[in-house]
Design a protein around this ligand. Structure first.
Ligand code: 2HG
Ligand code: ZN
Length: 454
């Protein structure tokens, strides 16, 4: 890793103040490794801007000094997209945090890029609304990171991914020019959706500094069922029926017996359904009125349910959700592992789930394949433990199977550095050339996350 040139260090310190230019390796080390420990880099500095003006000045310094920048929010990314793997300078959004405005009539909320998803939920709730995007890393993951990856999570089946919540973004492009879309209105037909370009851009076009987000109605009444199925094929058909017939459907999350045992052992509790069936699906419904009857009727009409428990009160629902939300943590106890976050067309999903462990075993006989995910939107998380972090054979085997089956190599975590080589294989060379043209226009010197995505 190249140390910062003295001129660059002076210029960055002049922008943010010396206390927000961190160069002590003991302090910067935590910003250079991802949460899983698979992606480890090094950085000469972490810089913490406090305003959009400071971000623009940092980008100007980067262009002048030939620095590459990696934007970083809560550092909960899982594809090596937010860590400095090639010695980049990290731009932390920690000081760009806070909900600055809520419009309770329009159902809109404005928040800085460094605001956590949990803080967005709290502010939405205080205004009588809710935020439609949620996942287990809500206390660390940030608005900026969720826009950069187009984060999905638990409620995509009802509300769509982050892209569907973003009305307008404030950002600084890699050119140094600002984008200020925070005043955009719900109906606005004036040209290109520049804010939308940043959703899924993974920090390669610019740095998000704030966003105006759509809110959804707060539905106070909830019911959760854990359903047992003999196979993934039965579970997929049942979830399709729930999407058609259960208006309050908020989430449909699946995991297999192996994951049920692993997480129950990790938590030191009994599995949600004991003994764990081949496939467990957690189905949550929400409404203004208690949705338990609606949920029970929908479940009674399903084929293939071999067992079920229903939780209506908060503590029992939370206890069931812990099984699903602790899976990532339980798998992490097995050491650094490979994470592949894929989606499949519904008709291909069950066959993929049956086949993928064997495909992994062919290239890594000692590996273990863990499978869970958001069945409501066809997103499976394939985690593989017991393989070297730098061994790409497993990733290649899984992603080749995904493309064969018409799926996507990234459903919600992004392409990052991990899957960059696969982007053209999925999207095609014309689409990648169009992305490169957009990047060249908005980040002409290639200072923004140059080793990610493209
Ligand atoms: C989830 O759905 C997250 O819990 C993380 O997207 C998935 O750990 C994973 O692979
Ligand atoms: Zn997920």
């Amino acid at each position: 890793m190249r140390p910062l040139a003295p001129s660059a260090a002076r210029a960055l310190a002049a922008v943010v103040g010396p206390e927000h230019l961190l160069t002590d390796p003991a302090v910067t080390a935590g910003h250079a490794v991802d949460w899983t420990g698979r992606f480890r880099g090094a950085t000469p500095a972490v810089v913490r801007p406090g305003s959009i003006g400071e971000v623009a000045a940092i980008v100007a310094v980067a262009r002048e000094e030939g620095l590459a920048l990696v934007p970083q929010g809560g550092n909960t990314g899982l594809v090596g997209g937010s860590v400095p793997l090639a010695g980049e300078v990290v731009v932390s959004t920690a000081r760009l945090a806070g909900v600055t405005a809520v419009d309770p009539d329009a159902g809109l909320l404005t928040a800085g890029a460094g605001t956590t998803i949990a803080a967005v939920h709290a502010a939405a709730r205080a205004a009588g609304w809710a935020y439609g995007v949620d996942w287990a890393a809500r206390d660390s993951a940030t608005v900026g990171g969720s826009i950069a990856t187009n984060g999905g999570g638990l409620h995509v089946v009802r509300h769509g991914p982050t892209r569907a919540q973003v009305l307008g973004v404030q950002a600084v492009w890699g050119s140094g020019a600002p984008l200020d879309d925070l005043g955009r209105l719900e109906k606005d037909a004036t040209g290109y959706d520049l804010s939308g370009l940043l959703c899924g851009s993974e920090g390669t076009l610019g740095l998000v500094t704030a966003a105006r987000l759509r809110l959804v109605p707060h539905l106070p009444e909830r019911a959760l069922a854990a359903l047992a199925f003999a196979s993934m094929a039965d579970a997929v058909v049942a979830v399709g029926a729930l999407r058609r017939g259960l208006p309050g459907l908020e989430a449909a999350e699946a995991y297999r017996a192996a994951e049920a045992d692993l997480v129950a052992g990790h938590l030191g509790v009994a599995p949600a359904l004991a003994p764990p069936p081949p496939v467990t699906v957690l189905v949550e419904a929400a409404g203004h009125d208690d949705p338990v009857d609606e949920l029970a009727a929908a479940v009674a009409g399903l084929d293939g349910v071999v067992d079920a428990v229903v939780a209506t009160d908060g503590p029992r629902r939370a206890a069931l959700w812990r099984h699903r939300e602790s899976l990532t943590e339980a798998i992490a106890t097995l050491g650094p592992h490979h994470k592949l976050d894929v989606s499949l067309p519904a008709p291909a999903l069950a066959a993929f789930a049956e086949e993928v462990p064997a495909r992994v075993a062919e290239v890594a006989p000692a590996a273990r394949t863990w499978l869970f995910g958001h069945l409501g939107d066809g997103n499976l998380h394939v985690n593989v433990s017991g393989v070297d972090p730098d061994d790409h054979a497993v990733d290649d085997a899984v992603l080749a199977l995904v493309l064969d089956r018409g799926g996507s190599i990234s459903a919600e975590h992004g392409v990052g550095t991990a899957k960059r080589a696969w982007l053209a294989r999925q999207r095609g060379s014309d689409a990648v050339a169009a992305m490169a043209a957009v990047k060249a226009a908005l980040d002409p010197d290639g200072v923004m996350n140059p080793h990610v995505l493209l």
